[in-house]
Design a protein around this ligand. Structure first.
Ligand code: GLU
Length: 470
């Protein structure tokens, strides 16, 4: 990287499945650094594995990125489309004498590995064509192109997260760059693409650390500038074991569907492996300002769902009411079949939101607590409401009805009337209010009752209340 050049970062997922949270965290860190430094954040879809890459997975990754709010600069780049360029670089390495043709047949290579196994030697290509004259190969025989790797000394990965990691070169064999069918390997494609895209920082999961040593050898052989590397420690499940399907949700979409906000996910994933003093709540704007590689954790991070819930509660409370209504609307529209809220329901939701959002930890909980606002008509009772509506409570409800019917339908007037009625009949306000709440909302708890009566209006409220009187 030259002195004044802006950093270029990239996220390079293989489209073989959803965007899982490990990948989302990698994307987030790259994005944060790009936005922090005024550099670029590029997206490269590594679809070279034709058997395992699917258009559905590409779509899932793009959607996951969009939902996470991780916008990339320019169009996404598809690796498979660049295969000709990858081959060209392999040819250049051949021409420079930094790669060679290997005519070993698959059978021969299997035999070589079997022998290594028998002798308990490490399994690696033994360089049998490294110094052999290609003329010795049978005419027209298929060949792979292999890198002529350094065979002594060491390769050092100067890692932003892990520090210097050393690899003895005699443990790195002459890897294949082009297979005998002419297709480039992943190892070659990554290096060529990163170079051509001007990538200055390669930030990715620690599972790629060994690849970095191999990729460095290709970079050096080409005489290209070496990017900065940062390998992020893995994310473990709550039990400390490597995060896997067993731990439930892995795809970011699953978190969306459980009702987490994307701002919560950004904050949560940031804290999985990065810290700024004791700060737990770090808004995205603040994260962009603070982000650096020095504060990365070296050890594996552990998922903590309780923390995630608390964080989400915080972001729900601090999100504006209209944005939350939009979140809920979108959430319901994603259901199968989609649920479409009427304008009336949306207006009610907006009015009730300041009260609703105080209690909810997830969008799902928000929806559950707002359900009584979405449609008109008599409510089904949840367990708590059914328990509240004893014959006695119903009698109280019946006696309260005429009082409400005679009242001006505003929150304050309804509350005053209910209080006066409670006093006159020797009841506590709660004894009058709870049956009303149960009938009005179908629930044992709700936002402030008198406000909700006013919000639903005289006619609609009375329909609901009368249904459980008697
Ligand atoms: N395509 C690789 C993966 O999905 C990432 C390669 C890289 O970041 O260099 O794991």
């Amino acid at each position: 990287m030259t002195e004044n050049a802006k950093p270029v970062l990239r996220f390079a997922p293989s489209p073989t499945g959803m965007l899982h949270i490990g990948g989302a965290r990698t994307a987030l860190f790259n994005w944060l650094y790009a936005r922090h430094s005024g550099g670029k954040f590029l997206l490269r879809i590594e679809d070279t594995d034709r058997e395992r890459s699917t258009p559905q997975a590409v779509a899932a990754i793009l959607n996951g990125m969009r939902w996470m709010g991780l916008d990339w600069d320019g169009d996404e780049i598809y690796q498979f489309a660049r295969a000709a360029r990858h081959r060209e670089v392999a040819e250049q390495l051949l021409a420079k004498g930094r790669a060679y043709r290997c005519y070993a047949t698959p059978e021969e290579l299997t035999e070589m590995r079997e022998a290594q196994k028998r002798e308990s030697k490490p399994l690696r290509y033994d360089g049998r064509w490294r110094n052999r004259d290609p003329k010795e190969a049978p005419p027209g025989a298929p060949f792979a192109v292999r890198l002529k790797a350094e065979d002594s000394g060491e390769t050092i990965v100067h890692d932003l997260v892990l520090g210097d990691v050393r690899f003895a070169n005699d443990t790195l064999d002459d890897m294949v760059l082009l297979r005998s069918d002419g297709t480039p390997t992943y190892m070659l494609a990554v290096v060529v693409d990163d170079h051509d895209m001007g990538v200055t920082h390669v930030i990715r999961g620690a599972d790629h650390l060994n690849n970095a040593a191999r990729q460095l050898q290709i970079i050096t052989a080409m005489g290209w500038p070496i990017p900065a590397y940062g390998h992020l420690p893995l994310i473990n499940g709550p039990d400390g074991a490597k995060l896997s399907k067993r731990h439930g949700a892995l795809a970011v979409e699953a978190y969306r569907d459980m009702g987490y906000l994307s701002e919560t996910m950004r904050n949560y994933l940031l804290r999985l492996g990065w810290s700024h003093g004791d700060e737990e709540i770090i808004s995205t704007a603040q994260a962009i300002e603070w982000f650096n590689f020095e504060s990365m954790g070296k050890s594996a991070a552990r998922m903590d769902f309780k923390k995630l819930d608390n964080l989400n509660g915080h972001y729900i409370r601090s999100t504006s009411d209209d944005v939350l209504v939009a979140e809920i609307t979108a959430f319901l529209e994603r259901q199968t079949p989609p649920r479409i809220l009427s304008d009336k329901a949306r207006r009610r939701l907006l009015t009730a939101m300041p009260a609703l959002k105080e209690r909810a930890k997830t969008v799902v909980e928000l929806i559950q607590s707002a359900e009584f606002l979405f449609t008109d008509g008599i409510r089904d009772l949840d367990e708590a409401a059914a328990k509240l509506l004893t014959p006695e409570a119903r009698a109280t409800l019946t006696a309260t009805l005429p009082v409400l019917e005679a009242t001006d339908w505003s929150g304050a007037a309804l509350e005053a009337a209910a209080r006066a009625h409670a006093e006159a009949t020797g009841l506590k306000l709660g004894q009058v209010a709870q049956p009303l709440r149960a009938a009005l909302t179908g629930k044992g708890i709700s936002p402030p009752l008198f406000e909700m009566l006013a919000l639903l209006g005289r006619e609609e409220s009375l329909v609901r209340l009368r249904a459980y009187a008697g």
